[in-house]
Design a protein around this ligand. Sequence first.
Ligand code: THU
Length: 164
Amino acid sequence: MKQNNISFSFKEFDKAEDLDAEDRELLAAAQKATANSYSPYSGFSVGAALRLESGRIVTGTNVENAAFPSGICAERNAISNAVSNHPGDKPVALAIAAFSGSSHTSEPVAPCGNCRQVIAEEENRNGISIRIILGGSSKIRIIGKGADLLPLQFNSESLRITPR
Ligand code: THU
């Protein structure tokens, strides 16, 4: 038997002004994207902004549906937007923000499990890390790479098994 341990460290800031200019810009784009959310069922508007290698920023928001599982998260919409419209321009950073009630959430919102899986696929196929910026109005977290949020992944390597 072997006892293993997985840990990761991340940065935490009190306010957006403490971020560097590029991260601040990306977080502002994610906050702005919450305004486009179609979320009548949850009332929870999420915005995601991806910075691509070229410097371009593409955004996504959550789009809900009366058939609840047909709804899709902001992060996956941002990634689909980037892949569909800017193929080859690899995402290097992702900022996420949420708006609920009458204000942006004070706590940072983290990507759901489905979105972590999709972020991991982008990192793996492109061979680069995506910095994750989780922005609340009273706390901001910066995580070095999506893989930190999804240890022990199921990925394309997992499919390389001997067929029976
Ligand atoms: N949602 C996102 O868009 N991203 C997240 O990281 C968490 C959840 C959306 C899905 C749904 O439309 C609403 O937020 C409430 O779960």
